[in-house]
Design a protein around this ligand. Structure first.
Ligand SMILES: *Cc1c(COP(=O)(O)O)cnc(C)c1O
Length: 362
């Protein structure tokens, strides 16, 4: 068996310890004689699994009691619709568009409400985060929306926007559990787990309780109404049970590593290694404004399409996989989530150095 260093943006690398544990429990989960995949979501065993997962997540993120945690399906995309529907009051919201996922969320919201773009970085291929300290936010906006870490473009909000008193909704799919967060600064935090937390199929919602209402947009489907899900503790219908079980294991793994502060330290160390090399290289170039760099997704280019294709291919042959950049940016992208070991980034940088030497005229 040969495990590669997997730089995929998502679904992405998971901690090997978690996969091994799941493997051990695959046929017989702790003496119940069946896999977690095979058991009732209403039974005592699964009840223990989901409750423990929630407890560990609350502990990791220091989630206050007045926030509800939901484990749902439909990915981040489903919440692009659910957010405007559930937060509907005046039928207006402010969107900060810093990449494809924020744009998708904005476009989806526009189907139901008056969604207003109050800032954007589209003018420079989303390579920076706009100044959001004094935006023209409509006073009657129901919320302000951001995508906190832009998976495709490799930017991150290191400072949250000044929402001028409005509730902040943040898509944290690709920075989930990568660093400590102050949940109280948000109305809603949510993310698909397949980037940094678990297998595809689960989306985790963290919602301040007063935003879980009955008087949502009237056409809101039952399944998209947060209240339906909150009243049933995520078990209104069959939840993505196996995915939740794996997320629970990842929570325990992060706790064992020292929690989110330790994760942040590790992630910064990995990112620094790669960014320092990019900054020192005349061959490879980072595509993002330095102050806005993500520590999860690192896009870079050579500036020659043929060489870039060759780089990706040779890297793959050397056990460094999924480095091809998103088609809208081109070049390469290394996603270095929580479960990517430091050694993986070291191996990548060593390979980049070698490739640079081989393709630079002496
Ligand atoms: C991947 C991603 C999405 C889309 O997630 P789905 O679960 O496929 O809907 C949305 N937002 C961000 C930030 C992402 O990285």
């Amino acid at each position: 068996m040969a495990r590669v260093y997997n730089f995929s943006a998502g679904p992405a690398v998971l901690p090997e310890e978690v996969l091994r544990e799941a493997q051990e429990e695959m046929l017989d989960y702790r003496g119940c004689g069946m896999s977690v995949m095979e058991m009732s979501h209403r039974g005592k065993v699964f009840d223990g699994i989901i409750k423990e997962a929630e407890k560990d997540l609350r502990e990791l993120m220091n989630i206050p009691d007045n926030y509800k945690v939901l484990f749902l399906q439909g990915g981040a995309h489903q919440q692009f619709s659910a957010v405007p529907m559930n937060l509907y009051k005046n039928g207006k919201a402010a969107y900060i568009v810093t990449g494809q996922w924020a744009k998708r969320a904005y476009q989806e919201a526009s189907r139901y409400i008056d969604a207003v773009v109050v800032a954007s970085s589209a003018d420079k291929t989303f390579s920076y985060i706009p100044d959001c300290s004094d935006l023209d936010i409509p006073e009657d906006a129901d919320y302000v929306y951001i995508c906190e870490n832009n998976t495709i473009y490799g930017t991150k909000f290191w400072e949250l926007p000044n929402t001028k008193g409005h509730d902040l909704v943040s898509d944290i799919s690709s920075c989930f559990l990568s660093e400590p967060v102050d949940v109280t600064k948000y109305g809603v935090l949510y993310g698909g787990v397949q980037k940094n937390v678990g297998p595809a199929g689960v989306v985790i919602m963290i919602i301040r309780e007063d935003l879980i209402r009955d008087d949502v947009l009237p056409c809101t489907p039952t399944m998209l109404k947060w209240k339906t899900q909150a009243d049933a503790d995520s078990l209104y219908n069959t939840p993505p049970a196996y995915g939740i079980y794996i997320c629970g294991k990842v929570f325990k793994w992060i706790k064992a590593q020292g929690g989110l502060a330790a994760m942040k330290e590790r992630n910064e160390k990995k990112a620094k290694l790669l960014y320092d090399f990019l900054d020192s290289s005349d061959f490879f170039k980072g595509t993002v404004e330095k102050k806005d760099r993500s520590i999860m997704n690192v896009p870079f280019v050579i500036g020659d399409k043929e060489l870039e294709a060759q780089f990706v291919k040779e890297a793959e042959a050397n056990g460094l996989t999924s480095l091809k950049g998103h088609r809208s940016v081109g070049g390469m992208r290394a996603s270095i989530y929580n479960a990517m070991p430091y050694e993986g980034v070291e191996a990548l940088v060593a390979f980049m150095k070698k490739f640079e030497e081989e393709h630079t005229e002496k």
